[in-house]
Design a protein around this ligand. Structure first.
Ligand code: SAH
Ligand code: F3S
Length: 452
């Protein structure tokens, strides 16, 4: 029997969309490294395997998939041995249609089947047919992934997958499946492994991390707040972030965690989408603007220096000028640190796609412009307010611009330049902010205190 041709050695992965996709892409690279000895390259021209990790959250993101694949087809015409794979949410939604529209694609896999990629690539080599697997085999994925490769002092850890909220505008529950939490022990083992290799900041990832319900090994259920306490106890973990959380499950227990866990950063991303109760109801967010204000007020009682960022959707079907004014009122009241805001994009198969949407596109664009401008001012105010304050930074790297300077990242994600020795990289330092040099960067005096 003849042996299959030996598999290629370099993989190029292009990631579209959210941090979850970024995370999945690095896991694909880890996996192909351990299964096939492949290394990741940033240059598609030297790659043997091209993988496109796709996003379908808005129509624009989805359109990019086929334009990129068009470019890859030309590369494959010149190098027929090139292997092309499509993963992520568009793959999940389109499945075999990808292969119909782009027959030169070799493998199609979904967010929950990426661990099967090595086998799919092997099968493709031997069977010479396009391999498609976009099923949802529960949380099996994590059992098959190798330990993550550590680069630098920050890492992402996925704690739950999917979403069961079914907001009327959103494709995520259909592309990533329903919420499934990783068992408590698995999460703790992964964070401990990362911390032992020098990771100082973890970001816990999931579509709704505060919906986390992880199984303890005794069969009990671990809440998100409890998980945070345990993660904070792992030696070496100096900073904890998480994204994304949902206002509905932003519980009192979670708010109380901010009083007890100093490693939890004073920054939270809490998407609200709209400040109008009519729109929130149409979106099926299951809370009111008042509920959101109350959650934030409670949080600020515990952490007065809390920075809050959010997502907004402008021009949801039926959004009136009055609804939009209510969104602007909420923005004025909360004073957001920053936001990710987009015009509503109709997603096939979601309930909102059937709702009447009479507002002209130009009107929506105008609203988006007003909202972004208002939040840009708030971002600037928050940055300016840091002048003279003391900030804890995780030192990231040496500054390319100013010799003798380092760059560290503050809890609220601002970049801070300060004079210091490269030995501080990967450590926490406290600095006094002396100058604001742009909207998201600050300059500081030398560190006043450092911590290993
Ligand atoms: N789980 C998160 C959001 C995940 S999707 C939450 O609870 O909010 C990320 C963001 O994409 C959403 O917060 C929303 O603002 C935006 N989004 C999702 N579907 C969209 C659509 N159809 N049109 C425009 N923006 C959308
Ligand atoms: Fe999407 Fe709503 Fe879930 S925005 S990811 S369905 S919480």
């Amino acid at each position: 029997m003849s042996t299959p041709p030996s598999l290629p050695k370099k993989v190029y992965i292009e990631t579209q969309g959210c941090q979850m996709n970024e995370y999945d892409s690095s896991r694909m690279a880890d996996m192909l490294g351990s299964s096939h000895g492949m290394v990741r390259t940033n240059n598609p021209d030297e790659a043997d395997v091209l993988l496109l990790n796709t996003c379908s959250i808005r129509e624009k993101a989805q359109e990019k998939v086929f334009s990129e694949l068009g470019r890859w087809r030309q590369m494959k015409e010149k190098r027929p041995e090139l292997v092309i794979g499509v993963g992520g949410c568009v793959a999940s939604q389109e499945g075999e249609n990808i292969q119909k529209r782009a027959p030169f694609v070799d493998v199609v896999f979904g967010p929950q089947t990426l661990h099967r990629l090595p086998k799919m690539l092997d099968d493709r080599q031997t069977r010479k047919i396009t391999m498609v697997d976009v099923s949802f085999p529960e949380i099996e994925k994590f059992d098959f992934l190798p330990e993550p490769k550590v680069e630098g002092h920050k890492a992402f850890v996925s704690i739950m997958e999917g979403c069961s909220k079914y907001c009327t505008f959103c494709v995520v529950p259909y592309t990533r499946g329903e919420e499934v939490s990783r068992p408590f022990d698995d999460v703790i083992a992964e964070v401990s492994h990362l911390a032992a290799q020098g990771v100082r900041e973890v970001t816990l990832l999931g579509q709704n991390v505060n919906g986390y319900r992880g199984l303890f090994h005794d069969g009990g259920i671990c809440s998100f707040a409890e998980l945070l306490h345990h993660v904070a106890e792992i030696p070496g973990i100096g900073r904890i972030r998480y994204t994304t959380s949902h206002p509905l499950e932003f519980s009192d227990e979670l708010i109380a965690a901010y009083a007890d866990i100093p490693q939890l950063v004073s920054h939270v991303h809490l998407p609200v989408q709209s400040g109008s109760d009519n729109v929130l109801a149409g979106m099926k967010r299951n809370h009111t603007a008042r509920d959101y204000r109350q959650r934030i007020a409670k949080l600020l009682d515990v952490r007065p220096d809390m920075h809050i960022s959010s997502d907004f959707i402008i021009g949801f079907p039926g959004e009136t000028n009055q609804d939009f004014a209510e969104t602007m009122d909420l923005i004025a009241d909360i004073s957001f640190d920053h936001s990710y805001s987009f015009i509503y994009s109709k997603r096939p198969g979601t309930p909102a796609a059937e709702m009447p949407d009479p507002t002209p596109e130009a009107e929506k664009k105008q609203r988006l412009h007003l909202l972004k401008e208002r939040i840009r001012q708030q971002t600037q105010q928050k940055t300016d307010a840091m002048l003279g304050s003391r900030q804890r930074l995780l030192v990231e790297r040496v500054s390319n611009r100013t010799p003798g300077y380092l760059i560290g990242i503050a809890e609220n994600t601002r970049w801070v330049h300060f004079p210091g020795n490269a030995e501080l990289i990967g450590h926490f330092v406290d600095v006094d902010i002396t100058e604001v040099i742009s909207i998201n960067a600050l300059r500081a005096g030398a560190p006043v205190w450092t911590e290993a």
